[in-house]
Design a protein around this ligand. Sequence first.
Ligand SMILES: Cc1cc2nc3c(=O)[nH]c(=O)nc-3n(C[C@H](O)[C@H](O)[C@H](O)COP(=O)(O)O)c2cc1C
Length: 202
Amino acid sequence: MSTSSKENTYEIFEDIKKNLNIGVKDRRHGFHTPIFSNIDQQRSIDSRIVVLRKFDSKKMILNFHTDFRSPKVNSLKKNNNSLFVFYDEKLKIQLRIQTASTINNQNHICKEMWENTKLYSRKCYLTKKSPSSITNQPEDGIPKSLKGKEPTKDESEEGYKNFTVIENHIKLIDWLYLSANGHRRLKITFKDINPIFDWLIP
Ligand SMILES: Cc1cc2nc3c(=O)[nH]c(=O)nc-3n(C[C@H](O)[C@H](O)[C@H](O)COP(=O)(O)O)c2cc1C
């Protein structure tokens, strides 16, 4: 994307969508591992890194996967306001994306993603204790019988009940481009699915 196209709102929007799609597939792209924030049960802010698993550019939805027993699932049930922060060093672009989250567990959305989840990734959902629960020794919580090996497909199916897809519906994108020639910042809000653009002072 040339510097001049950093002044064209529609080109910027297309470029954002293109890079979110690349972020899903390319582990080395900065957009692959955004920070996801929400409000916890104590009404404090909580943030953590997640892996961007899917971007639906038509419906403007960002997906990541988690364990149904994770505290963030209960927090999101209570308050579904959420926020992603992306940064790619090569692009010099930060995206702050406000979203509304919905939780999917044991439904057709999870089924489809679970079928595409590799056995070593399915293993994360096989912990006996819930994620974030206290343990009296340093451990990963995976049953001893699976130590150092991949579960079989049958063994992995035990994790399906914990496998959860968080869908995050985009409400606002705050795009920031850093440049020695002058930073640029654009706010994108949506009326239905149509983008509305406002330039901001960076
Ligand atoms: C590179 C990286 C990728 C991660 N991806 C995910 C993810 O996709 N989903 C997830 O729930 N946790 C992921 N984690 C772990 C979270 O950052 C966090 O430690 C964990 O989910 C517990 O957070 P919680 O207490 O908010 O549930 C990832 C951590 C790192 C470092």
